[in-house]
Design a protein around this ligand. Structure first.
Ligand SMILES: C[S@@+](CC[C@H](N)C(=O)[O-])C[C@H]1O[C@@H](n2cnc3c(N)ncnc32)[C@H](O)[C@@H]1O
Length: 249
């Protein structure tokens, strides 16, 4: 139970911030710090230190260092509460629920799409799935280039999904869905593409092996599947991000 709680990044962040504030208030009561900015600095360092002890990734530690000072600085600007709500809504539309997926939105390089295209059969039908298709950059380009292929993109965030629909309008061989890709079946796809993050890679491989047919190709942009030797690794010249290729057996 304790370990499961510590796997939730939000709970870890909440714990680090709370302990940071407890230490800062204790130091203030003991007269060790005086004034709002030294108090904030102490809270920030204590929260970041706590996050380090809890094995948070480096970007969380940076966030802890800036969180409380930024909150107080923003408060000083006297912005109407509606702006904070608007910022939250925009972030939710663009990123969906990254706390659950642990995957941010960033887009595949054109060179990666060209490398992927070189792996696809030019002379026969096939089915291609982009797990987390974002703004449709990959599936739209490939659906145009391979009219005999059938392309599916699944994206959980609303705004990227709508952009993908707009970009892919009129393409008869493109199917875009807004859903959790891990909740839908992957059966019947010949090629699976993912550009996610290190976190879901073990689950992705587990699901791919359970649902894809033997011989299907799994292509992961940048993030390898831990503990697995790839069939090949392609590094497009224009980007340093490798494309890791795995074959379902
Ligand atoms: C790094 S972006 C890649 C976008 C696109 N595939 C590309 O290469 O340009 C990853 C996308 O996957 C989406 N995503 C992450 N986990 C997902 C899930 N379980 N179901 C659906 N979409 C997911 C994110 O919302 C994000 O838009």
């Amino acid at each position: 139970m304790r370990l499961r709680l510590l796997r939730s990044p939000l709970l870890v962040a909440l714990a680090a911030q709370s302990i940071g504030w407890l230490l800062a208030f204790a130091a203030a009561r003991l007269g060790l710090v005086a004034g709002p900015w030294p108090l904030l600095a102490l809270q920030a360092v204590a929260a970041a230190g706590m996050a380090t002890l809890l094995h948070s990734p480096w970007w969380w530690i940076v966030l802890h260092l800036v969180f409380s000072p930024a909150l107080v600085a923003l408060h000083g600007l006297g912005l109407a509460p509606g702006w904070y709500l608007a910022a939250f809504v925009v972030l939710a539309l663009v990123f969906g629920n990254p706390v659950r997926t642990r995957v941010p939105l960033f887009l595949s390089h054109r060179a990666t799409i060209e490398a992927l295209a070189a792996l696809l059969p030019a002379d026969r039908p096939f089915r291609f799935l982009d797990v987390g298709s974002g703004t449709g950059r990959v599936v739209v380009a490939l659906a145009r280039a391979f009219p005999q292929g059938e392309f599916t993109g699944i994206e959980q965030a609303i705004l990227p999904h709508l952009i993908a629909r707009w970009r892919g309008r009129g393409l008869p061989n493109l199917n875009l869905r807004r859903a959790d890709a891990f909740a839908l079946s992957w059966a019947g796809y010949d090629v699976l593409y993912a550009f996610l993050s290190p976190v879901p890679m073990p689950a992705l491989w587990h699901k791919a092996c359970a649902e894809l047919s033997p011989g299907s190709l799994v292509c992961s942009n940048e993030f390898p599947i831990p503990g697995l030797v790839p069939e090949a690794r392609v590094v497009p010249q224009a980007t340093r991000r490798p494309l890791w290729l795995y074959r379902v057996v």
